[in-house]
Design a protein around this ligand. Structure first.
Ligand SMILES: NC(=O)c1ccc[n+]([C@@H]2O[C@H](COP(=O)([O-])OP(=O)(O)OC[C@H]3O[C@@H](n4cnc5c(N)ncnc54)[C@H](O)[C@@H]3O)[C@@H](O)[C@H]2O)c1
Length: 317
């Protein structure tokens, strides 16, 4: 049994990680300030984890959380492009200064490895059909810039202090417990909830913009492999994705088919900071630590639709 710190553990990806780690018999501590995460995401595991309600912008909270840990899986962040456009300074404080505070704490606590939730948004729009790790970083939003900065700090800490660090560039993650009710919610829970509530879903732009939608189970297994795999972890970044892109309008049609409903979306003007197509190569992660996307996007979509449908039925009772 090893000791894992999951920052942002009350959030969507973090709580899925907590569930998986507990099932493996690991000891789990969560650091979360419950800003975008929800306490109820941890209800089922509350008795089996140590929960610290704290803020990664506070170095003292980070030091308390990192003490005696073997691995840090750093998920806490303000995870939204539009939010970063509305308030770049807070995105910077949480995503960059917060990551730095946690790196310092992890170094001082002599953790074995630090895994960082980065994002495909660091690539921006590039001519290549596939995003691969050899491309230059081209952040197009304060959020993307904050993730690129985090990656640079990981490399620097590896270089200067010998801390083992790995960045995982997640591509559009979806699955159970993703927040469907925030103004910054991601497209899949928004679409599913709109259809369950009988509302018209909104598509920004022409609907042909495409994303490499990645089921959360794949991201969870990538974190564990990246933390425990025997490879040189010196701040390299790896794509974590399925390797195929689905257009937004097609995605909505798939969800509607899964729910067996007809759909007529409203089209609105495209949003600034949004990239056109995001599709990944994942060979580097596969080579370094044996990553593979075990659940493809379509199967993940079915599972996700089933989760929200059950939750919606439960709420209606
Ligand atoms: N969901 C995606 O598609 C996606 C894609 C790429 C990268 N990521 C990254 O994955 C990570 C997890 O994202 P998510 O989708 O689960 O989002 P989420 O909002 O559900 O989770 C983020 C968690 O961080 C916590 N948090 C925020 N600010 C904090 C602070 N100052 N101190 C302590 N805790 C704080 C929130 O309360 C929340 O529980 C983020 O770093 C995000 O940038 C997500």
């Amino acid at each position: 049994m090893a000791n894992y710190l999951v920052t942002g553990g009350a959030g969507f990806i973090g709580s899925n990680l907590v569930e998986h780690l507990l099932a493996r018999g690991e000891a789990v501590r969560v650091l979360d300030n419950l800003s975008t995460g929800r306490r109820h995401n941890l209800d089922a595991f509350r008795e089996r984890i140590e929960f610290i309600e704290g803020d990664i912008r506070e170095p003292g909270d980070c030091a308390q959380a990192a003490a005696d840990m073997d691995y840090v899986l750093h998920q806490a962040a303000l995870p939204s492009v539009p939010r970063s456009l509305a308030d770049p300074a807070t995105t910077h404080a949480v995503n960059v200064t917060g990551a730095l505070n946690l790196l310092v704490a992890a170094r001082d606590a002599k953790v074995r490895r630090f895994v960082f939730a980065s994002s495909s948004s660091v690539y921006g729009d590039q001519a290549e059909e596939f995003k691969h790790e050899g491309l230059p970083l081209c952040p197009m939003s304060p959020y993307a810039a904050s993730k690129a900065a985090g990656e640079h700090y990981l490399r620097a800490f590896s270089q200067c202090f010998g801390l083992e660090t790995v960045a995982l560039r997640y591509f559009n993650v979806f699955g159970p417990r993703q927040d469907p009710d925030s103004p910054y919610s991601a497209v899949i829970p928004l679409f599913i909830m709109a259809l369950l509530r009988g509302e018209q879903p909104v598509i920004y732009g022409d609907g042909l913009q495409a994303r490499d939608f990645t089921y959360v189970e794949n991201v969870v297994s990538a974190n564990v492999l990246a933390a425990t795999g025997s490879f040189e972890a010196r701040g390299q970044a790896y794509n974590i994705a399925c390797g195929e892109a689905i257009g937004i309008a097609e995605l909505l049609a798939l969800i509607a088919a899964s729910l067996d409903v007809n759909v007529k979306p409203v089209y609105r003007e495209g949003r600034s900071g949004d990239v056109r197509t995001s599709k990944a190569r994942v060979e580097a992660a596969s080579k370094a630590f044996g990553f593979r996307a075990g659940v493809d996007a379509k199967r993940g979509l079915h599972q996700t639709v089933a989760f929200y449908s059950a939750a919606h039925r439960g709420a209606g009772r």
